[in-house]
Design a protein around this ligand. Structure first.
Ligand code: CUA
Length: 331
């Protein structure tokens, strides 16, 4: 094949591959190339910074890979002898200055942009006391526990007021392991490090946002997901009031069973831990409190102290729900 024909064939090949690759990405929309669409001012700034950096890294990628392909083609050995030496080049002052100055300018631009955006990511906007709330987020093996200002509790599903500043204390319990609280649409990842409390916030419209544990924290890490349900303030107030009262006991108990116990236990067969159906412990308040507070080393593994800091109301709620499984034949 003459060289000119070979070049044309090669050019067509490269162009088609590039067109196909970008078409696929374009068809897939976001396609996982960009962060989830932000629903909180801090998340918007994180996305802005991501895109700003991605533009530079994208251009550098194209430049480097393009040069690589060009050099491979243009300077291939062809018919030259295997031992033929190329021209020996020593230094190029102009080129060296260019490839020093341009990266310095790029890094300055990226650094400047990120430092400009950072305060709006880290600091919650000022809000009147009535227009903000604080929710504690505790990372446990293998569930998220949310504590609200009035003492109400929920598991794996946070309920929060809409269009207001919600402060989050991301709490790492001293007896637990590292977890990472991540609600992609509401901001970045926040580690729950044993013995420490990290603070973040969001201000989101009504909606349900997916939450994940983003730190490998043990055998059931993959089940440590949840959600943030953002509702109008009145609905939020009603939720936490009900939850803190006797009226919310069964709902809490069911959430504890599915969010905490069922991550490792089934009623009728051994799963990560032993089968629980028909176990009299499920109706024994003192016994279950002991187990939740201390955990257990059994024949098939270690059960962590999943309820070490649970309130009496939380334990009452669990028993109220689980006693139905304590009788023989419920497995
Ligand atoms: Cu908690 Cu992974």
């Amino acid at each position: 094949m003459p060289i000119s024909v070979r070049r044309t064939v090669f050019a067509i090949l490269v162009t088609s591959v590039a067109a196909l690759a970008t078409a696929a990405a374009a068809l897939a929309g976001n396609g996982g190339f960009l962060p989830a669409s932000p629903h909180s001012p801090n998340a918007t700034r994180v996305t802005d910074a991501f895109i700003f950096v991605a533009v530079f890294t994208g251009m550098i990628f194209l430049l480097v890979e393009g040069a690589l392909i060009m050099f491979i083609v243009k300077y291939r050995r062809g018919k030259r002898a295997r031992t033929a030496e190329g021209p020996q080049i020593h230094g190029s002052t102009r080129l060296e200055i260019i490839w020093t100055v341009i990266p310095v300018l790029i890094l300055t631009a990226i650094g400047g942009f990120v430092f400009y955006k950072l305060p709006g990511i880290a600091d919650a906007p000022k809000a009147a006391a009535a227009d903000q709330t604080t929710i504690d987020v505790e990372g446990h093996q293998f569930y998220w526990l949310f504590r609200y200002p009035n003492g109400a509790v929920s598991i794996d599903r946070m309920v929060a007021p809409a269009d207001q500043v919600v402060h989050e204390n991301i709490i790492g319990l001293p007896w637990d392991v590292n977890h990472s609280w991540w609600v992609p649409e509401l901001g970045g990842k926040w580690d729950a490090i044993p013995g420490r409390t990290n603070k973040t916030w969001f201000d989101a419209p009504v909606g349900t946002y997916v939450a994940r544990c983003a730190e490998l924290c043990g055998i059931q890490h993959a089940l440590m997901d949840g959600s943030v349900k953002v509702v109008p303030r009145a609905e939020y107030n009603q939720f936490i009031e009900t939850r803190a009262s006797d009226a919310g006991t069964m709902a809490l108990g069911k959430e504890e069973w599915t969010g905490v116990c069922e991550k490792c236990h089934r009623l009728d067969h051994q799963y990560i831990g032993p089968a629980l159906g028909g176990n009299p412990l499920l109706a024994d308040r003192q016994g279950i409190e002991q187990l939740l507070q201390n955990g257990q080393t059994g024949t098939i593994g270690v059960m962590p102290a999943v309820g070490k800091n649970w309130t009496p109301h939380q334990i009452d709620a669990l028993i109220a729900y689980t006693k139905q499984f304590a009788k023989k034949g419920t497995g």
